[in-house]
Design a protein around this ligand. Structure first.
Ligand code: CU
Length: 68
């Protein structure tokens, strides 16, 4: 599954790195991209969206799934 999340409180490269590290901890993740300018996180994963949301929230950010 491909998911896209809007993460409005991601504001600098530190945020980007923190979120990338969080995503790397998920075993089902195949691909991910963190776009700081758009404040978007794209993920290809066999897991579900909630798992990804929870993981990013753990680090203090507020992802919202973008329906596409
Ligand atoms: Cu930051």
């Amino acid at each position: 599954m491909k998911y896209r999340f809007k993460v409005d409180d991601m504001s600098c490269n530190h945020c980007k790195m923190t979120i990338e590290k969080a995503l790397q901890e998920l075993e089902d993740i195949e691909l991910y991209n963190v776009d700081l300018e758009k404040k978007e996180v794209s993920v290809e994963s066999d897991g579900d969206a909630q798992e990804i949301i929870d993981k990013i929230r753990e680090r203090g950010y507020s992802p919202e799934l973008i329906q596409s």
